[in-house]
Design a protein around this ligand. Structure first.
Ligand code: ADP
Ligand code: MG
Length: 227
């Protein structure tokens, strides 16, 4: 039943997204056609500028298609009991090179000296932390710090708090985070947080975002844990 539920949930996301995808791709395509026409008669110094804009539009289309394929790929979800600390450490090591490159320090600590076991799909849970850490890295163009804290919340629940000191999000935009295609980035897809929310929901968890412009962003995830 769990698997069926998961599949139908996935199907509805894919269906919902398909219409949006067509729409989202049409805009950059229209702009590409426009700039291609312009570039034919543009002076040489303008051509470079147009080429850069076109490249950004193409990267955006590429990003949307890639994320869509990730979401719609019929991956067999494997439900296992896993140590959540291992999953997070794994993702942190995976993104360490990128963090170094961006001058960002990632710190991960578990408050209690206990193993927290979570029932779920390891690949999907990893995807959540990859998406969140990538957002934090992108929010800190001149470097900074990301703190991840794992902690117990009552008997059967844990909290994972991920805090960065990046650019933050304006208060009026907070409610739109996680909406499909909502992005403030030139080459963003606006699908990362939506995927995170879907995955955490499917794991009977919750996700909350707090943010302040110029100070940073904190994301708190709650998940059930098994004894
Ligand atoms: P994308 O990263 O492609 O823009 P996401 O769904 O991952 O799409 O994020 C949506 C938007 O939420 C981002 O464009 C950004 O404005 C905001 N956001 C998400 N995480 C952070 C963060 N850690 N710091 C600042 N802004 C963030
Ligand atoms: Mg993102």
């Amino acid at each position: 039943a769990e698997e069926l539920l998961r599949q139908s949930e996935k199907l509805s996301v894919v269906g919902q997204l398909a219409a949006g995808i067509a729409h989202e791709i049409r805009n950059p395509l229209t702009s590409l056609v426009g700039f291609l026409q312009l570039i034919r008669s543009a002076p040489p110094q303008k051509r470079l500028e147009y080429a850069d804009i076109m490249l950004a539009e193409l990267n955006r289309i590429n990003g949307i298609v890639n994320e869509f394929m990730l979401i719609s790929k019929p991956q067999s979800s494997k439900i296992e009991v896993k140590n959540i600390s291992d999953i997070i450490s794994n993702v942190v090591s995976l993104l360490q090179p990128q963090a170094l490159l961006h001058n960002v320090e990632i710190q991960f600590e578990s408050i209690e000296d206990t193993v927290y076991r979570v029932k779920g799909d390891e690949g999907q849970l990893k995807q959540v932390f990859i998406n969140l850490l990538k957002n934090s890295l992108e929010a800190m163009p001149t470097g900074g710090k990301i703190d991840i804290v794992l902690q117990r919340l009552g008997k059967r629940r844990i909290s994972i708090r991920l805090k960065d000191n990046g650019v933050g999000v304006a208060e009026e935009l907070l409610p739109r985070l996680g909406d499909p295609f909502f992005t403030t980035k030139e080459e963003g897809t606006g699908l990362g947080l939506m995927v995170c929310c879907r995955i955490i929901e499917a794991h009977q968890g919750s996700i909350r975002i707090q943010s302040k412009v110029g100070e940073g962003t904190a994301i708190e995830i709650e998940l059930p844990c098994v004894l």
